[in-house]
Write a protein that binds this ligand. Structure first.
Ligand SMILES: [Zn+2]
Length: 342
């Protein structure tokens, strides 16, 4: 079978010929039909997620089960499934308590700590394969597994969005942000979209943003957020970029009782004034991916057409590097997608 292999972290992936893997106990073999592509993969390819190379990346996958290993009863050949990104123990207090992304025996990530799906077939733990509901196609299901479910968790559990809220999204035009916009809209919020280019902001507008801030023209984001909210500030600010500067802008934009949520993987620090924080009950928190249950819910909501995949570029998986180049040039609008037709 064909596989796109990163031989050493930091290098481009190359086409290799590999044998089709055999599922071990507790595993299943997936014939991949679609995969989603975003910035996270470039961070993985640079080695910043750890793991060992050579490695086949690809963690946002949908396809068909073709074979199951010993002890697997929940899946059978022909089942349509999407994959869960995190390798969790399913036994610790966090896993059992429904917060498995905080797993204390965390085994790493699909496509980083074991081979992912930029190959025609991939073996993964059966626990990482969830059935795709009727009416949801492979491409949308693949998008659900990171670009959308991450937002489902964020907006409901961390940012705690309700219809009365004004929500600011920093990086709203990116591959995760543009789906976050749809999720926040679904919860009824008024949306202020923040990004660095008019093209990305036009996309955000198209998907329902109420107000737009281009940071290149309006660098004082917090002042603009206050102006757009009658001086009060926003009830929640979600930072998809994840630099110290962007998260500081998120925090500084908050109204009394507001929630600043970091979702992007970034660098830097922010400063908060403890007295002001006490007096205003502002919340600073993170949002880490999604649980399996939230992924199931995400796929069901998408199957009803309430959130739609935003695909800016589509190629065959053996051309994956062309999507990476487009992401590096900051030209990708929405998410990338790869196909697997022979
Ligand atoms: Zn665990």
């Amino acid at each position: 079978m064909k596989a796109m292999v990163v031989e050493r972290w930091g290098e481009r992936s190359k086409l290799h010929e590999r044998p089709i893997p055999k599922p071990g106990p507790g595993e299943a073999l997936l014939k991949v039909r679609s995969a989603a592509v975003g910035l996270t993969l470039l961070n993985m390819r640079n080695g910043s997620f750890g793991g060992e190379a050579p490695r086949v990346m690809g963690h946002e996958l949908a396809g068909d089960i073709v074979e199951t290993g010993a002890g697997v009863t929940a899946l059978k050949p022909g089942d349509r499934v999407a994959t869960y990104f995190y390798l969790t123990c399913n036994r610790c207090r966090w896993c059992r308590g429904g917060r498995e992304t905080l797993c204390e025996n965390f085994g790493g990530f699909v496509g980083v700590h074991r081979d992912g799906g930029f190959q025609q077939y991939v073996c993964l733990p059966a626990d990482n394969m969830l059935h795709i509901p009727e009416g949801l196609d492979y491409e949308a299901a693949a998008m659900a597994t990171d670009a959308v479910n991450t937002n489902w968790h964020c907006m409901r559990e961390r940012a705690k969005i309700n219809p009365h809220d004004t929500v600011m999204l920093i990086g709203a035009g990116g591959g995760v942000g543009i789906h976050g916009l749809q999720v926040a809209k679904l919860f009824g919020a008024r949306i202020i979209a923040v990004d660095v280019s008019d093209e990305k902001l036009a996309l955000a507008k198209e998907w329902g943003a109420d107000e737009l801030i281009n940071v290149k023209r309006t660098p004082d984001v917090a002042a603009e957020a206050k102006r757009l909210t009658g001086g009060r500030g926003v009830n929640a600010a979600v930072d998809y970029v994840g630099h110290g500067l962007t998260f500081q802008a998120a925090y500084d934009s908050l109204a009394t009782g507001g929630r600043a949520v970091i979702i992007g993987v970034g660098k830097g620090d922010i400063s908060v004034n403890p007295r002001q924080m006490m007096l205003t009950e502002k919340v600073v928190t993170g949002s880490r991916h999604s649980t399996r249950t939230e992924l199931i819910e995400t796929m069901e909501v998408m199957a009803r057409g309430l959130i739609k995949p935003v695909v800016g570029m589509r190629t065959h998986f053996t051309e994956i590097e062309s999507i990476f180049d487009t992401i590096i040039d900051e030209k990708l609008l929405g998410r990338g997608a790869v196909t697997y037709e022979d």
